[in-house]
Design a protein around this ligand. Structure first.
Ligand SMILES: Cc1cc2nc3c(=O)[nH]c(=O)nc-3n(C[C@H](O)[C@H](O)[C@H](O)COP(=O)(O)OP(=O)(O)OC[C@H]3O[C@@H](n4cnc5c(N)ncnc54)[C@H](O)[C@@H]3O)c2cc1C
Length: 355
């Protein structure tokens, strides 16, 4: 089996991994980025909304931006609506992820697609190309796990996501254009919500919810009912152009570095525990991870990886912890959902109040 050497191995070329690889390669280090998919960003597992400030920070190709969004409308079970300013864009996540990976390559990172991190052996990560099932050992000074919600690297270091929420989504034709996103709370969507996000002439209609004894419907059936409801309101055509499913971490802050390993993005549970949004955290956290991994290599001190955790906590820790507490409270008070949402969802002032 051949051995490849590098300073920094990044597992997963999503927004977190590509941003980490780019930041480290920019400092002149030898970075290898491995991705199990054949094509970066495909299939898309995202509702594709990003907040406006993120777009200002990175070079996203014009064709990856589909449309602007002005507001988010939250709809409660009793029909009450709350409108919040929420400037951002819906994007094509496949093109977005591909642009980030290209940017990492431009800075000098080596990208190996169709390559999966499969096991640890003699302290090294072993990866395998698809098709010919060829294996190679990779000897790296620092290993960044950016391999998403069901992170293999996280499992290796005993830091896995413990609260993954299943989500399902249909892409459907939109009957008239929209410039807001819509979020629906309903007793049937325990611990989660449903959404309607416009993407040009189409929309992403999805649902994330936890399992509950009282649920007799599968998540797929619950989504079908939600799609029918939107169709009856004349918003969409109830015809799936494509469908997808995925997992959303809803984690409290936890330690995510060990020895020469660190986790970032969904692998680290950095997704917002109430909204489920994680692209911004993945990009910003990825940059941080790449920077500290590079410093650790430059100085020969992997102890510096702890600084990555520290910096991340300073920036996101409080917001993440608040969201985690709000999620707990929302779930505990689910049977009084109309009032619980007002203290637990980001569109309401109660969310930001001190406990
Ligand atoms: C239904 C749904 C809707 C969402 N909507 C939004 C939204 O509108 N806005 C938002 O901000 N966030 C949204 N999110 C969350 C967002 O998609 C994630 O937070 C974001 O993708 C995290 O980026 P990441 O790079 O950490 O992980 P990922 O994007 O999951 O990337 C991980 C990469 O690692 C690869 N990989 C995994 N295992 C291995 C392995 N062993 N070896 C090699 N490669 C591997 C995967 O193929 C993947 O490419 C949504 C999530 C879901 C499920």
């Amino acid at each position: 089996m051949k051995t490849l050497k590098c300073d920094i191995l990044v597992v997963g070329a999503g927004p977190a991994g590509s941003s980490a690889a780019r930041a480290a390669a920019r400092r002149g280090l030898d970075v290898l980025l491995v991705e199990r998919r054949d094509t970066i960003g495909v299939p898309v597992q995202c509702a594709e909304f990003i907040p406006a400030p993120l777009l200002g920070e990175i070079d996203v190709p014009r064709d990856a931006v589909v449309q602007p969004v002005k507001e988010m409308v939250t709809i409660l079970p009793n029909g009450e609506q709350k409108v919040m300013r929420s400037p951002g864009f819906t994007i094509r996540r496949d093109l977005f992820d591909q642009a980030l990976a290209r940017a990492a390559e431009t800075e000098g990172a080596r990208l190996l697609a169709s390559t999966r991190a499969v096991r640890m052996e003699e302290g090294l990560v072993v990866s395998r190309s698809k098709g010919e099932a060829e294996e190679a050992r990779i000897a790296a000074t620092v290993i960044i796990g950016a391999d998403g919600p069901n992170s293999t690297v996280g499992r290796w270091i005993g830091s896995e996501n413990g609260n993954l929420i299943p989500a399902a989504q249909w892409r459907v034709p939109l009957l008239s254009s929209m410039d807001c996103t819509e979020v629906y709370f309903d007793e049937a969507f325990y611990g989660g919500y449903a959404w309607l996000f416009p993407v040009g002439r189409e929309a992403n209609v999805g649902l994330g919810r936890k399992r509950r004894e009282a649920h007799h419907e599968t998540i797929g059936r619950a989504l079908e009912s939600f799609v029918s409801r939107l169709a009856q309101q004349g918003k969409i055509e109830p015809r799936p152009v494509r469908t997808m499913a995925g997992w959303i971490p809803a984690e409290p802050v936890r330690w995510i570095t060990l020895g020469k390993f660190l986790l970032v993005g969904d692998a680290a549970g950095h997704t917002h525990p109430i909204t489920g949004a994680g692209v911004s955290q993945a990009v910003i956290g990825g940059r941080m991870a790449g920077k500290w991994a590079a410093r650790a290599v430059e100085t020969g001190d992997t102890g510096l990886l702890g600084e990555y955790e520290q910096e991340w906590r300073e920036l996101f820790g409080e917001a993440q912890q608040r969201a985690h507490h709000r999620r707990k409270s929302l779930e505990e008070n689910w049977d009084h959902l109309d009032t619980a949402v007002k203290t637990s969802w980001i569109a309401f002032r109660g969310y930001y109040a001190d406990p």
